[in-house]
Design a protein around this ligand. Structure first.
Ligand code: PLP
Length: 271
C-alpha cells in the first residue's frame, strides 16, 4: 500500500542533500527552503513574514559559513558552544553576522555564550540561567533565550518535561539579562508525520496555556520548532522560527545520533 505523501516527514532525505560549495548553491537552496516555507504558510493561512528561517551551520567549515553569509544569511545557528565560539572568533570581520546557540549548555560554558551569542535556544535549567545571567552582567550584554522543552518524551533528548515548564518560566524574570522569547523543541525523529506533529502541537498548546495563565507567559511569542525534515509540519502548527541545516548547507557526514546526545556512545553525557 502506498502512503500519501503528507503522512510522511522528509527525514528520508537526510544524508542526501548535496553539499553547497558556491554562493549560487546557497542562494538556490535558500530559495528552495523559502518556497517550502511559503507553501506551508499558504496551507496554514499564515503570513510568510511571521516565520523566521534560522540557518544551522554546525559541523560546516568556516568557508561554507562565509558563502552562506555572502548569500544573505545574517544569523547562524550552532549546537556546540566551543565550535560556535571558534567560528565567531574567526569571522569577526563579518560585523553583521549574529549567532544563535541551539544546543544544550553546561554551566562551565556559559561564559563563552555570554561573550558572543545573540540568542540561546536551549535553556533548560535554573543553574544555567543563573550562570548565564551573571556572565552577561559582567559583559554588559543581554541575550534572547528560548526554553527547551522535551516534547517527544525520549530520554535521550534534552529539555524540560512539559509539566515542569510553567514553574520554570515563573522564575526567569529574576534574571535581568535574559530576554525570554519563547519555547523551543526537537520533535521525535520519525518518518511518521502524525507522531512528529504531536510534538509541535504540544509545544504550541503549552505556550498558549502559559500566555493565558501567567503574566510572565505574556512575553512568550516564539515557537522554535522544525528542521530540514519536518519544518513544513512545524509551520502548520505555529512555528515562528525554523532551524534548517542540511537543506541549506548540504548533508552532514555523520548521522544525527552523533550530534545529539543519548543515542550512541559518542553522545554527550545525559542531563
Ligand atoms: C542540527 C540541528 C538542527 C537542524 O537540523 P537539519 O536536519 O540540519 O535541518 C535544528 N535544531 C537543532 C537543535 C540542531 O542541532
Amino acid at each position: 500500500m502506498s502512503v500519501p505523501s503528507d503522512t510522511r516527514t522528509r527525514h528520508d532525505k537526510h544524508g542526501r542533500y548535496p553539499e553547497a560549495t558556491t554562493v549560487e548553491h546557497f542562494q538556490r537552496n535558500l530559495d528552495a527552503v523559502r518556497a517550502r516555507i511559503e507553501a506551508a504558510c499558504r496551507r496554514a493561512g499564515r503570513d510568510f513574514a511571521t516565520v523566521r528561517l534560522l540557518p544551522v551551520s554546525k559541523t560546516k567549515p568556516e568557508a561554507s559559513l562565509r558563502l552562506a553569509h555572502a548569500a544573505g544569511c545574517r544569523m547562524l545557528g550552532e549546537n556546540k558552544v566551543q565550535e560556535a565560539y571558534r567560528k565567531w572568533e574567526a569571522m569577526q570581520d563579518l560585523t553583521d553576522l549574529r549567532w544563535s546557540v541551539i544546543g544544550h549548555l553546561q554551566t562551565n560554558k556559559t561564559k563563552l555564550v555570554a561573550r558572543f551569542a545573540a540568542e540561546f535556544q536551549a535553556l533548560d535549567s535554573l543553574r544555567v540561567a543563573e550562570a548565564l545571567d551573571r556572565r552577561l552582567q559582567v559583559e554588559g550584554r543581554s541575550l534572547d533565550v528560548f526554553v527547551q522543552v522535551n516534547t517527544s518524551g525520549e530520554a535521550s533528548k534534552y529539555g524540560l518535561a512539559p509539566g515542569d515548564v510553567p514553574a520554570f518560566v515563573q522564575k526567569l524574570p529574576a534574571f535581568k539579562a535574559l530576554r525570554v522569547r519563547g519555547l523551543m523543541t526537537l520533535a521525535l525523529f520519525s518518518s511518521e508525520a502524525e507522531r512528529v506533529r504531536q510534538c509541535f502541537v504540544l509545544l504550541r498548546s503549552l505556550r498558549d496555556r502559559l500566555r493565558q495563565s501567567t503574566p510572565v507567559g505574556n512575553g512568550l511569542d516564539e515557537l522554535s520548532m522544525g528542521m530540514s525534515g519536518d519544518f513544513e509540519i512545524a509551520i502548520e502548527e505555529g512555528a515562528t522560527v525554523v532551524r534548517v541545516g542540511q537543506a541549506i548547507f548540504g548533508a552532514r557526514p555523520l548521522p544525527d545520533s552523533h550530534y545529539w546526545p543519548g543515542e550512541t556512545s559518542t553522545g554527550e553525557p545525559q542531563p
